[in-house]
Structures are given as C-alpha cells and as structure tokens.
Design a protein around this ligand. Sequence first.
Ligand SMILES: Cc1cc2nc3c(=O)[nH]c(=O)nc-3n(C[C@H](O)[C@H](O)[C@H](O)COP(=O)(O)OP(=O)(O)OC[C@H]3O[C@@H](n4cnc5c(N)ncnc54)[C@H](O)[C@@H]3O)c2cc1C
Length: 480
Amino acid sequence: MKRIAIIGGGISGLAAAFYLERERRRGAEVEYTLFESAPRLGGVMWSDRVEGCLIEAGPDSFLTEKPWANTLCRDLGIEDQIVGSNDDARKTFILVKGRLVPMPDGLMFMVPTKLLPTAFTSLFTWGTKLRMAGELMSRPRTTDGDESAAEFVARHYGEEVVDRLADPLLSGVYGGDAASLSVKAVLPRFVEMESRYGSLSRGMLHARSRMKAAMAQAPASERRGKPLFSSMKDGMQQLVDAVAAQLSPQALRLSTPVRALQPRDDGWLLLKQGGGSETFDHVIAATPAYVAAALLQEAGPRLAGILNGIPYSSSVTVALGYDAGQFARQPEGFGFLVPWSEKKRMRACTYVHNKFPHRAPPEKRLLRVFLGGTRDQDVLSLADADILATVCRELEEIIGLHAEPRFTRVYRWNRAMAQYSVGHLQRVAEVEGLRRELPGLSLAGNAYKGIGVPDCVRTGRDAAAEALGAPLPAEAPASR
Ligand SMILES: Cc1cc2nc3c(=O)[nH]c(=O)nc-3n(C[C@H](O)[C@H](O)[C@H](O)COP(=O)(O)OP(=O)(O)OC[C@H]3O[C@@H](n4cnc5c(N)ncnc54)[C@H](O)[C@@H]3O)c2cc1C
C-alpha cells in the first residue's frame, strides 16, 4: 500500500486528494492523508451568506476557457451546478482622471482589434491612438530573455496603456504590478504573437478570425459561445464541500500544521508542528511556496532558497450590501478598475449583482472591492473600520454612492498571491530540477505555472498522478 501525504487543503491539495481518492475507489493500492493547518478546508476559497447575498471572500469564479476546474466539477458529478457570468451585462470601466470610462468594444485584454471604438474612446489620448495604429506595422521579434509586462506593453502601445490597462488588469489577476511581473509567465500568448506577427493587434485579429471560422463549423447550440467566467451556484465553497464530501473523514487532519519534511531511504518523515511524526512514501506540498521552503529547509536547502525567493502579495476584499433604492443611478456593467495613477486605495470594484445576478436578491445590490497588492501591503494592517471608511469615501467619489451599506464584510488574505516576477519561468525550471533530486516529492499550488483556480486544480491533479506513478484516466469514476 502506497502512503501519500498532502500538505495544504486549499483547492490544489483538495484536487490532489480527490483524484487519489478516485483511484483508490477504482482499486489502486493507495492511502492518503491531508494535513491542513486551518480548522477548515478550502484555503482562500471561501463563500459566505449575508441577508440572502452570496459573498465570495476569495475567488469568485474561474476562467471557462481553462478546462481543469470544469473537469473537476464533472468528475465530482456537480457539472450541473456550474453557472456562467452574465455576459450580456459585461462591460468594464476604467477610472481615468476621476471619471469612469468604458473599455472600448474590441479590446481583447489590452489589445485593440476594432478601429472605430478605439478611435472614439476617451480611455486613450490621441497620441496613444496613433501609436496603436502604428503598432500594426511592428515586425516580428524574438527575445531569449525575459522582461516585465510593463516594458513589453509599453514597447507596443506606450506608457498610457500600461497605466490605464495592463497594470490594473494584471493587478486584478495577480495582485501585482506590471513593472515587476514577467511577460513570459503572465502574457505568454502575447509573446508568441510578437514573435510570429510582430503586431499584437494583427496577432489578435488572426486569432479572432480563426475562432470565428471554428464557431461557424460548430453545432448551433455551441455558437453562442461560452461565458467568460464560470462559478458555482452556491458559491466557490460548493466546490470545496463537494470534494470534502468525497474524501474519507479519517484521511483529513484539520488544524494540523506540518513543520518539516525529512527524507528517509524509503520515503519521507513528516513532522507535525504540535509534535509527532508519520512516515509516507510520497508527499505533495500544496502550500504557498514560502511554506514549502520552510518544510524543505533541511531536506533541500537550495530548493528551499529558490522557493523562498518567489514573492507573494497580500490583499483585502470588502463586500458591501445595499438596498437597490439606495442607488440614485443603478451601476452598469461588471464593475471598474482603478489605475495606480488615480491615487486611490481601491484597486477594483465588482458589481456582483450584475456579474452573477443570482448572488443577490432582486431588491439588493452587492459590491465587492479589492485593495492591497504589491504596492499597498500596508492596507492589511489597517483596522476594519478604517478600511471601510476608505472604501465608502472612494465609492462616493467614484460612483457617487453616499448611502450607508446595510452590511459589510472585510476579508484579509496575507501573502496569498504568488508573484510571477521577471525570470519566473527560469526559477520554476530550477525548482523542477532540484525537486526531482528529492524522490517522492511533488509540489502543487499557485506559485508555479498558473495562479487561477483551474491551474491550481491542474497542479493538484498532476501531483496525484505523479504520486501514483501513472497518468490519471480521463473518464468519470466508476461508482464506489
Ligand atoms: C482574494 C483573492 C481573489 C482571487 N480571485 C480569483 C478568481 O476570481 N479566479 C481565480 O481563478 N483565482 C482567483 N484567485 C486565485 C486562486 O483563488 C488561488 O490561487 C487558489 O485558490 C490557491 O489555491 P491553493 O490551494 O494553491 O492555495 P491556498 O488556497 O492558499 O491553500 C493553501 C493551504 O495550505 C495550508 N497550509 C499552509 N501552511 C501549512 C502547513 N504548514 N501545514 C498544513 N497546511 C498548511 C493553508 O492553510 C491553506 O489552506 C484569487 C485569490 C485571492 C487571494
């Protein structure tokens, strides 16, 4: 019987546990134990309910395009619980000089693909618009090294696009800033387009026409396209609960932080923080990289050093509930992003009741505000009352909302988002090489090859396959 330890019960560790459990039920000679330091499973994935509103304290959805979270739902038998974002209302605004300006039609991430909306938007000055037109002439270019996302985008479209688009968009995904993030790690598709077409706009136009051709071939039912974001009917916590319900209760050790991992001839000795140890044939460290570093300090000091060098950012999410009547004008679209140059503390605000209408009763309005990120780590040390006062003041300044919220919730996420800084892919390759020198060790989580929920699920699934020593079959499990 192969004994496997999973350290960390966020979605990465849970995905690993689920796929191990699935194979165990199918007859694999395997036994697993999941160690989680907190009293609950899910890590940053956590949903709350207040006055009929569904609040996401951490992730609120996942990109539909990346398949692994959807596949996990299918494998769990909860595919019918997936809900799509309300893309008919999809419109995102950017705060520019104190005014909310809609992102122009045809803007794909930060790449303009439609002439007229780009020409008439007040999001960019004429200088930037001319530069965007000139970008169409860029010649293909390949670079061996890495650079920051800001340098890359500025090279194509100028500093204004970095400030008003690239930075706020990347800050929304990574809680980081474009000047530090690695273009090869966070915008790999654009790097490929640059080397193939030179111009990102031309690359995007090619991609779009290929997509349209594929759509035309697709059955009528699929032609409307998939929603950009997917989530769970009862919130992201539903995914956590569905996995937990499949795992054997004896396999779960909550409130059990792991202190260290020591290699043995035939596996690993796992030392718990409160005392006591257990031996395993294989361990999956599904924790933040800096925790994995601490666990492996003695076993692999070089590996630990690199893991420790992966920076993390902290953030705060604030949920605010209102009555619909408290808004003089109903907010339109999915919400807005706030460039750093606007000198506000909030980085973004989502109109949850528009993005996922079932998350608030018709007479309620639910906003979710993000603060923090690499450039404002201090926000975490503020008292809730100070954070709320700042958020309410800025909401009044930006959308003219001066009503008192009916309820508020503040959630703090300390060092939760890995930063893929310049050179990240090189660091991950080194981690991979050094990890392989320690047999029976797998790493999973958001520190390596994707920060979003689907990528985390993929890392957990891959770690489970590695622990089993065989690829996982794709099809749904046979019943117990
Ligand atoms: C505020 C916020 C919003 C986000 N929004 C989105 C979104 O909308 N869409 C999206 O796709 N992604 C989003 N993300 C990113 C995504 O949610 C995370 O990358 C992902 O959930 C991380 O999962 P994980 O299991 O790797 O890590 P975590 O969830 O951090 O789990 C790690 C677990 O390890 C445990 N642990 C730590 N140390 C030990 C130890 N010594 N022993 C035992 N256990 C330990 C921790 O308690 C924790 O439960 C968001 C992240 C945050 C913070």
